[in-house]
Design a protein around this ligand. Structure first.
Ligand code: FES
Ligand SMILES: [Fe+2]
Length: 386
């Protein structure tokens, strides 16, 4: 055990083994994982900084020089399409005296110029110019460059991993890729929807959107009448992802102002799919539209939920697309308001001294998969028991 581990900021042996039991016998992770700053630091360093983190969609970068920045656990990263059309994830930190090169945001540049002393970088991160550095002995301009991080794309989503030794993402997702193939997610187009600041731990949000059990409670008048919790069907997984299907009450498509995705077989239109790639990719997939949720984690009890919509180009080209989207957005906003209420109440309860980890319903298989992913990921990279 390292000094850091002795801080007592992780699980007990019993808590780990209770998460790892079969679903019918398992308990949830302890509330320390939602409120303890020492635990959160370990989670960031041992798990999140070594995970495949979704950073955006390929269609958000169309031309050479298009870029946007992300702040991932204090690391400023720029995602940029190079002159060679390759998309790279580069450290947005100047090699001179560590200044943030590009302001937070998005745009198009031919070169990246640090505002402090005007060192300039090509779009692939190579140093192009460094004024008045001729007398710096042994300074090698050729080897000086913005560090590049690993990147993979899956179904149009771009993922970054800071860990040079991480296992590749795509092979882990093979069954999910097969299951979602009919939707053609890769070619859907991305538009922004809404961003919500939250003052609780990111996992509480992910868990909330990751099961249909709560339809009978918090959504009893909104979702449950159309997509009853007991009809949801949860797939087995290797815990890197989860997938479940939510058929409609009468196995008929829900009324929608949006057209069905072209070429989608009928049965996909009568059910919604919920797919997560842990830690942060969450998709609510319908036969006409996909709601993509992304996370900006800021601290143990602060994050932003960032939603985008994915739609076929044929829908986005409709002259009345905004009008058609309006009722859909109103309905989903009402549902999200209920989810946010539930999460805020969970936050209050997670501070309790008297709560001990509760048991899962079979309807929470995907939360169980997420908790096992977390325990396994913590365990892979350090001693997690206290
Ligand atoms: S810190 Fe960037 S040029 Fe000096
Ligand atoms: Fe919900």
């Amino acid at each position: 055990m390292t000094d850091d581990d002795s801080a007592g900021a992780c699980f007990s042996d019993e808590e780990v083994s209770n998460v790892r039991k079969s679903l019918n016998e398992a308990s949830v992770i302890p509330t320390l994982c939602y409120r303890d700053e020492d635990y959160h630091r370990k989670e960031v360093e041992q798990v999140l900084m070594r995970s495949w983190l979704p950073v955006g969609r390929k269609d958000q970068l169309t031309d050479a020089g298009d870029y946007f920045t992300r702040n991932l656990f204090g690391e400023s990263v720029v995602i940029v399409k190079g002159a060679d059309k390759k998309i790279r994830a580069l450290s947005n930190v100047c090699r001179h005296r560590a200044t943030q090169v590009l302001d937070d945001g998005a745009g198009n540049r031919k070169l990246f110029t640090c505002p402090y002393h005007r060192w300039t970088y090509d779009l692939d991160g190579r140093l192009r110019g460094a004024p008045h550095m001729d007398e710096a002995e042994g300074f090698d301009r050729k080897s000086c460059r913005l560090p590049e991080f690993r990147m993979e794309t899956w179904n149009g989503f771009m993922f970054v991993n800071f860990d040079p030794n991480a296992a590749p993402l795509t092979p882990e997702l093979k069954p999910l890729t097969r299951a979602l193939a009919p939707y053609g997610l890769e070619v859907l187009e991305t538009i922004p929807f809404k961003t919500l600041p939250c003052n609780w731990n990111w996992k509480a949000s992910m868990e909330n959107f990751t099961e249909a059990y709560h339809h009978i409670g918090i959504h009893k008048d909104t979702v449950e009448p159309f997509m009853p919790a007991e009809k949801a069907r949860y797939e087995d997984s290797n815990n890197a992802y989860s997938l479940f299907w939510m058929p409609t009450t009468d196995n008929k498509p829900m009324p929608s102002s949006l057209p069905a995705m072209p070429g989608l077989p009928d049965e996909y239109y009568y059910s919604k799919a919920v797919a997560n790639v842990y830690p942060f990719l969450h998709l609510l997939i319908g036969g006409e539209i996909v709601l993509w949720l992304d996370f900006n984690v800021q601290s143990v009890d602060r994050h932003e939920l960032v939603w985008h919509l994915l739609l076929p180009a044929t829908t986005l080209e409709l002259p009345d697309v905004e009008e058609r989207l309006k009722p859909w957005k109103e309905r989903i906003e009402e549902i999200i308001t209920q989810d946010i209420y539930a999460c805020s109440k969970a936050r209050t309860g997670q501070q309790s001294r008297f709560y001990t980890p509760g048991r899962f319903s079979y309807m929470e298989k995907s939360v169980y998969q997420m908790h096992n992913w977390l325990v396994d990921a913590m365990n892979r990279t350090g001693n997690i028991t206290r």
